[in-house]
Ligand binder design. Structure first.
Ligand code: NAP
Length: 307
């Protein structure tokens, strides 16, 4: 089933971690958590637990998962089960409550389960300090309106300082309505501005007043590497201090990021978010405070594995 089954032991001091989702064949989570277990000198295993949606329903959802894979100290959750995990856990962290999705579950000593969401923290931690400190002077353009977008919006609104303004750019206004309602409420709560646009309605003047662009759509991801959510001509309109972030990490440089580079705009791919959400999840499960050297060690392990 997994890359780590051979290391399975029943020793009670062994941490039993894993990832539940479907499909999982391309997951980098085992590399992240095996590196962290080694760095912290902890005995543990990280197992991929792929479950097809039909099977998930038939085997009592997460109750089936935790029974079949007992004892699980904690586990990550990915597509398509983050909302199921949110509904299943008996306690939630403030991030999970706001995002209304759970990507990290921890088994508590009293036998109950707490749900957390580390995607927003992972995204925010990966931003350069210079961007974090000036969020209240930045108007952001957030492209897409899916699960990752929800976590990005939560991070940009609920950090201090909060972002000045977000314009959410969507392709389907009706489908995006729940996230629009949520973001409208969040913006009011923290005193930021919030607007919505379609991709067709993104004007050069909107781009000219944007200092942060985040692509949360899968446009440009392998195998569709010749696609970009914004064109080269559109990026020509953004100011030189605009920071460009793409949540995609395969390829490590999307066409969109190559456009940003063309105009010498500072930019980053999604690897930082991926690594940091993993670090935050590991720290949540193990109560180990996060260490600055963890990031580099994980990045090296990942880059060795994907190159
Ligand atoms: P998702 O829930 O499926 O959402 C994708 C969003 O992108 C939807 O709003 C979708 O619009 C929009 N979209 C898709 N194709 C589009 C197109 N051609 N033009 C305009 N909009 C389009 O997916 P997700 O979980 O949010 O993930 C999105 C991306 O983020 C993926 O590439 C994923 O790999 C990446 N991601 C990275 C990390 C990380 O740690 N770096 C974490 C999570 C996700 P509709 O609603 O109209 O379908």
């Amino acid at each position: 089933m997994t890359t780590t089954d051979s290391q399975k032991t029943t020793d009670s001091s062994t941490l039993h971690l894993g990832l539940v989702g479907y499909p999982l064949n391309k997951s980098l989570s085992p590399i992240i958590h095996q590196t962290l277990l080694k760095l912290c000198n902890l005995k543990g295993v990280f197992n991929l637990i792929p479950i097809e949606p039909d099977q998930f329903q038939q085997t009592d959802g997460f109750w089936g998962v935790v029974t079949t894979h007992s004892p699980l100290t904690g586990f990550n959750v990915t597509i398509p089960y983050k909302v199921d995990a949110y509904n299943w856990v008996s306690q939630r962290t403030p991030q999970a409550n706001r995002i209304q999705a759970v990507n990290t579950v921890k088994h508590l000593e009293d036998g109950t389960y707490i749900g957390h969401n580390t995607d927003g923290i992972g995204f925010y931690t990966a931003l350069p300090e210079a961007v974090k400190h000036t969020l209240n002077q930045r108007n952001a353009l957030v492209l897409g309106a899916g699960g990752a977008c929800r976590a990005v919006l939560e991070a940009l609104f609920f950090t201090k300082p909060a972002v000045a303004k977000i314009t959410l750019v969507v392709r389907n206004l009706e489908k995006a309505q729940p996230i629009i309602n949520l973001a409208t409420q969040w913006a009011k709560q923290v005193g930021s501005a919030f607007e919505v646009s379609t991709f067709e309605a993104v004007t050069p003047s909107l781009l000219a007043s944007t200092q942060l662009i985040i692509n949360t759509t899968p446009v440009g991801m392998i195998p569709d590497v010749k696609a970009s959510p914004l064109s080269l001509a559109q990026l020509a309109a953004v100011p030189p201090n605009c920071f460009v972030s793409d949540l995609i990490y395969k390829p490590t440089e999307t066409l969109f990021l190559s456009y940003a580079k063309h105009f010498n705009l500072n930019n980053q791919n999604g690897l930082g978010m991926l690594i940091n959400q993993g670090i935050e999840a590991f720290s949540f499960w193990t109560n180990q405070p996060t260490q600055p050297h963890w990031y580099q060690a994980i990045e090296t392990s990942i880059l060795t594995s994907i190159n």
